[in-house]
Design a protein around this ligand. Sequence first.
Ligand SMILES: C[C@@](CO)(OP(=O)(O)O)[C@H](O)COP(=O)(O)OP(=O)(O)OC[C@H]1O[C@@H](n2ccc(N)nc2=O)[C@H](O)[C@@H]1O
Ligand SMILES: Nc1ncnc2c1ncn2[C@@H]1O[C@H](COP(=O)(O)OP(=O)(O)O)[C@@H](O)[C@H]1O
Length: 282
Amino acid sequence: MTERLTLPSPAKLNLMLHILGRREDGYHELQTLFQFLDYGDELTFAVRDDGVIQLHTEFEGVPHDSNLIVKAAKKLQQQSGTSLGIDIWINKILPMGGGIGGGSSNAATTLLGLNHLWQLGWDHDRLAALGLTLGADVPVFVRGHAAFAEGVGEKLTPVEPEEPWYVVLVPQVSVSTAEIFSDPLLTRNSSPIKVRPVPKGNSRNDCLPVVARRYPEVRNALNLLGKFTEAKLTGTGSCVFGGFPSKAEADKVSALLTETLTGFVAKGSNVSMLHRKLQSLL
Ligand SMILES: C[C@@](CO)(OP(=O)(O)O)[C@H](O)COP(=O)(O)OP(=O)(O)OC[C@H]1O[C@@H](n2ccc(N)nc2=O)[C@H](O)[C@@H]1O
Ligand SMILES: Nc1ncnc2c1ncn2[C@@H]1O[C@H](COP(=O)(O)OP(=O)(O)O)[C@@H](O)[C@H]1O
């Protein structure tokens, strides 16, 4: 049987997110802080020599060829000129459209996994540039280190924020990123932070007021978690999170809140678990 490789595909949080302005192409200039979670999906790969790219796991609402996993594999195959193909399976546990970057992470795991299995020898710069054509959050997952991001998320500076335990609540609504960025009430004029490292007290997410206003489920999650710690929104939501100094404390709060809401506990991590696994293969 062909050798199989299983790799993690972690979630991310936006620890802060400021919107500085809108570009001529409609995209928004951001400043955001990305940190990974030791929590995510798992992708399994097996090389095939007939050039076919086949994702074997079905996604509700996402056709095969629209899946970011398949798109990433096809782009890498085309641009590298390899004659090899791939069979892919995924154990999907990350909620879709929750602002924790599951789709982008899956794309990055695919790029790094195939670079390894197809023995392409591409460096992270080249893989991140290809990744950016799939989504603004793909490059940070390719590079695998917590980062302060600027532009639309592609200019990355590695950072070392604290690594607390998080309670992440998953309101059962999917928030459309496009809808939030086109809301007339969105604040788009935050002043750029020029000091490095980013001074404490800049943990605001400019999307929060608009998302909380439109989605009562998100408002409710923020209120409930806010009774225990500072409750924040990741990306454009819907997920809400708060940090705790120990797993025991995070577990205690999670147990109380997940009686009525969906959620999980995970450790913040400045080095992606994907990169830790890849390192162990060398
Ligand atoms: C804002 C973040 C923060 O991590 O949100 P989440 O998706 O994680 O919640 C991301 O950068 C999201 O990046 P990405 O995932 O590539 O965005 P897409 O879904 O492609 O964006 C959908 C739409 O949102 C708008 N959009 C997105 C990103 C951006 N910097 N400015 C924008 O104006 C555009 O109208 C775009 O067509
Ligand atoms: N492999 C994938 N995993 C998750 N979502 C995917 C994937 N491929 C395509 N998508 C599409 O991308 C959208 C955004 O997904 P995701 O990255 O999980 O959310 P977010 O950007 O809010 O963190 C999904 O609603 C889905 O339609």
